[in-house]
Design a protein around this ligand. Structure first.
Ligand code: ZN
Length: 202
């Protein structure tokens, strides 16, 4: 029997999500088929709202509900320090930890030739622009301790050192409290706080 288009479309949409295989995708689609109409509406509306209500902060590229995100709006923060992270979820991990009081810059990925992601696909030029505007004294490179994360940190270091004086902008890298190949997103607050405190010149 051929699966009706409405079900196979939804199954395929779920399959494109990270961590969802074909079996889980089919299970989710059939679950929604049986679920009350209200549940389908909540899910559909919530997915649409992401596109309509969430934008990227024009300064740090964090998720935001207005042109500038909540972190960048906070004038009590230390504007001389910027922590560079891969994803908004990493920023949220730092915020959960609650000890970091500087600003952020979200790259939205890492350099990955295998996945055809080059520096031009990330917010690296925007970071260089931000530094060029002045006022930033330290850049903390907090990409993940993976091959791609390290390569991205090295690339950013090169870009910054080519353009800015070393004693004007200090580069640091978070300490390796995070296991190699680990993910900042899942690091507990203590590990993350130690990694931040133990950051070294890079
Ligand atoms: Zn922001």
């Amino acid at each position: 029997m051929k699966i009706p288009r409405a079900i196979s479309n939804l199954t395929e949409a779920f399959e494109r999500l990270p961590g969802i295989g074909p079996k889980s995708a089919a299970r989710l689609a059939f679950y929604l088929l049986r679920a009350p109409e209200s549940e389908r509406q909540i899910l559909g509306r919530a997915a649409l709202d992401l596109g309509e209500k969430i934008q990227l902060c024009e300064r740090c590229f964090n998720i935001a509900e207005s042109p500038v995100c909540k972190v960048c709006e906070d004038s009590a923060r230390d504007a001389s320090v910027v922590c560079v992270v891969e994803e908004p979820l990493d920023l949220l991990s730092f915020e959960r930890m609650g000890k970091y009081k500087g600003f952020y810059h979200v790259l939205h990925g890492v350099i990955s030739p295998l996945e055809h992601v080059g520096p031009e696909n990330l917010k690296i030029a925007e970071l260089v622009d931000r530094i060029g505007q002045g006022g930033i004294e330290e850049i903390i490179l907090a990409t993940n301790p993976s091959l791609e994360g390290e390569a991205t940190a090295m690339y950013i270091k090169k870009e910054i050192e080519e353009r800015f004086d070393k004693d004007k902008v200090k580069l640091t890298r978070i300490a390796s409290g995070i296991p190699i190949g680990g993910d900042l997103e899942y690091a507990d607050s203590l590990t993350l706080s130690k990694a931040l405190e133990g950051r070294k010149d890079f």
